[in-house]
Design a protein around this ligand. Structure first.
Ligand SMILES: Cc1cc2nc3c(=O)[nH]c(=O)nc-3n(C[C@H](O)[C@H](O)[C@H](O)COP(=O)(O)OP(=O)(O)OC[C@H]3O[C@@H](n4cnc5c(N)ncnc54)[C@H](O)[C@@H]3O)c2cc1C
Length: 463
């Protein structure tokens, strides 16, 4: 048997692949990181998370500038310049370049070998790497991590054209604000884009087959978000299916199953993503995908071939950059028999709609389903001095706490900085702190974090 070229070969330089590479290099392993694109960072850095968040920030600031609150912002239509998008894209490019160069220097400093090209299995321990110049080489490794991510689902009957019928990658390349946007889908990406464009004065319509958008959220947060979507002027067509999408000149016509036809400038199709397995030649590795297109893995992200791991979007939900990074760490720790292989406690979730929302732990629905005895503590941002100063009238926080033990079971936040605020609750939960700890803590004044204290006191009053 030929010796291994690397201890670890990773396919894909997104957040999953990066974190696995850095972790394994820190353990002193010989690591090769393969990437087919001429740039590093995957969907997260190049075409998804960072571009959409950079654009969201620009939209959010523009909406704040136009007036306090969404309604005023929407009424301020016309104040947002049409070339707003090209300016925002220029800013986004600067962020991407700077993040990519930081990533490159981290990988170099760690001694990770970058291997440009397209990889596929030759046999279970060998990859064929087709380099950008067309040459093919074979590389062997003791451990292989697949982190090839996912791509937007593009059904054959949707006439994607990179101009007016777009997926989540295409919409980030728009240079001018459209007059109207139809979003198909009611999930995270759909809602994030809907609330990004609406404050900029774009007339947004959203069509989804479900009764509510993001129905898995805690119901109070979900209702408030839906109310804010409506307040922003977003037209929701819930429990409605798209039957046909067609281009007619510069317009997109979308026929719905309620016999209506919607006419818009741009359509964003944001209904699901698909794993990037196709080019990997899984058969040669002795792996097969199930009927839904996924390869089975265990809690350590290990496949039936014990030396092959699958992480990130390729491993399925929750399909986040943050979890992909954690999965990279867990897989490497497991593969090289290092301690602490299992995920570090509660994973926070953030959805960067405007307003943003974030949560950790269980929802009220989940607690009721398992018959838990709990109380709900609430605090409104508007009750804090900071909330009043920044005009965060609608934000709020909910703590779910177990009767008897006072254990924190869930934290749910909607409003300004929710994605940052959640980490206080996450840390409290990871340390198994009771709600008393939050009630007895001193928070900076004035801050939105003081909501933790108010919500905790609210819990204690009921306990
Ligand atoms: C619009 C949008 C917004 C998002 N916002 C957020 C957010 O706010 N927060 C968050 O946590 N997550 C967000 N996500 C999700 C996040 O981007 C993904 O979960 C994350 O990028 C997955 O990381 P990954 O490492 O699995 O793969 P990816 O980032 O998809 O990277 C995979 C890499 O593998 C490479 N590759 C594929 N096949 C091969 C091959 N055969 N050979 C060589 N290289 C190959 C690809 O070129 C790519 O660079 C968002 C996604 C989208 C689309």
């Amino acid at each position: 048997m030929e010796p291994y070229d690397y201890d670890l070969l990773i396919i894909g330089s997104g957040p999953g692949g990066q974190s696995a590479a850095l972790k394994a290099a820190a353990l002193g392993k010989r690591v090769g990181l393969i990437e087919r694109k001429p740039y590093l960072g995957g969907v997260s850095l190049q075409t998804g998370t960072i571009p959409s968040k950079a654009l969201r920030e620009a939209a959010y600031l523009a909406s704040r500038f136009a007036g306090r609150g969404m309604r005023e912002a929407v009424q301020a239509r016309g104040q947002v310049p049409r070339d707003f998008l090209s300016e925002a894209v220029a800013c986004e490019k600067r962020v991407i370049e700077s993040q990519e160069s930081l990533l490159l220097s981290q990988l170099m400093a760690a001694g990770v070998t970058l291997l440009p090209g397209d990889a596929a299995f030759y046999d279970p321990c060998t990859l064929t790497l087709r380099r950008p110049d067309g040459d093919e080489i074979r590389l062997r490794a003791g451990i292989i991590i697949l982190a090839t991510g996912s791509r937007p689902r593009r059904p054959a009957d949707v006439p994607f054209d990179r101009e007016r019928v777009l997926d989540s990658t295409g919409i980030l390349k728009l240079q001018h604000l459209p007059e109207q946007l139809l979003v198909v889908g009611g999930g995270v990406i759909a809602c994030e884009f809907a609330t990004l464009f609406a404050p900029l004065g774009v007339q947004v319509q959203l069509v989804d087959a479900h009764e509510h958008v993001l129905a898995y959220l805690d119901s109070d947060i979900q209702h408030d978000l839906e109310e804010q979507l409506l307040d922003m002027g977003i037209q929701l067509y819930m429990q409605t299916r798209v039957e046909r999408i067609q281009r007619e000149g510069e317009r997109v016509l979308t026929s719905l199953d309620n016999s209506e036809t919607l006419e818009t400038d741009i359509l964003l199709y944001a209904l699901g993503r698909e794993p990037n397995y196709a080019s990997l030649n899984l058969d040669a590795a002795g792996l097969t995908a199930d009927d839904h297109g996924w390869v089975r893995i265990n809690e350590n992200f290990q496949t039936a071939q014990r030396h092959i791991y699958i992480i990130g979007d390729l491993a399925g939900r929750p399909s986040l950059a943050s979890t992909a990074m954690e999965q990279g760490r867990v897989a490497v720790n497991h593969a090289f028999a290092h301690e602490n292989a299992h995920p570090a406690g509660q994973l926070p979730m953030a959805i960067y709609t405007i307003p943003e929302l974030s949560y950790v732990g269980e929802t009220e629905r989940e607690l009721q389903e398992r018959g838990a005895a709990y109380v709900v503590g609430r605090a409104r941002f508007s009750e804090t001095a900071r909330g009043q100063i920044i005009g965060a009238e609608r934000g709020f926080m909910k703590l779910l706490v177990e009767r008897g033990s006072h254990t924190i079971l869930g934290v749910h936040i909607i409003g300004e900085s929710a994605s940052e605020l959640i980490h206080v609750g996450q840390m409290a939960m990871n340390c198994h702190a009771t709600v008393d700890v939050l009630a007895n803590s001193v928070f900076n004044y004035p801050t939105l974090a003081q909501c933790y204290k108010s919500a905790a006191m609210d819990c204690l009053r009921q306990l």
